[in-house]
Design a protein around this ligand. Structure first.
Ligand code: ZN
Length: 183
């Protein structure tokens, strides 16, 4: 990111908003905003293939990672949407550690995003790199662009992507039952 340009644009943004970028409280804001957006979009520089370098294991059956926190930016309004990602997969041979799943979620959440696309990208990355028998990704999120404006809806939006064995209702039910159980 060209941070000098981002700082200049933030100063201009403040002016257009009717603010005075030279007043005390705003003097350092352009620098902070540029630093922040660099961090909030660092997912662009992450490579899912590298993140999912495999660990070989004799795990059979379903692996579930519940409640991975994420924060993203809605590409329509540049406001945050945030919540939890739940991942389930049935390994053929390759499994990955929980921290790598959390990094994978960072990779697709720390950028300008849509919840549906993020859900699909996480499922695709797992499918393409681990070749599991099945993948399920559920994303539960609140969107500040819905909560702060318009209808002010506070409802959670839930999206899911189910692949392979999770397309069968018994596997899917087992996964959703596990999600409902307290940790
Ligand atoms: Zn939005």
């Amino acid at each position: 990111m060209d941070k000098n340009r981002m700082r200049a644009l933030t100063r201009e943004f403040l002016e257009v908003m009717g603010e005075d970028p030279k007043r005390e409280g705003l003097l350092d804001t352009p620098r902070r905003v540029a630093d922040m957006y660099e961090e909030l979009t660092e997912g662009y520089a992450m490579n899912p293939k590298e993140l999912l370098s495999r660990e070989w294991n004799e795990v059979t059956g379903m692996v579930i990672a519940k409640e991975i926190d994420f924060f993203s930016l809605c590409e329509h309004h540049l406001l945050p949407f945030y919540g939890k990602v739940h991942i389930g997969y049935i390994p053929s041979r390759a499994v990955v550690g929980l921290s790598k799943l959390a990094r994978l979620v960072d990779c697709f959440s720390k950028r300008l995003q849509l919840q549906e696309r993020m859900t699909k990208q996480i499922a695709d990355a797992l499918n393409e790199n681990l070749h599991p028998y099945g993948v399920a990704v559920v994303v539960q999120a609140r969107h500040l662009c819905m909560q702060m404006r318009g209808v002010k809806s506070a409802a959670d939006i839930v999206t899911s992507e189910l692949r392979g064995q999770f397309e069968k209702s018994e596997t899917r039910n087992e996964f959703f039952d596990m999600l409902r159980k307290p940790v």
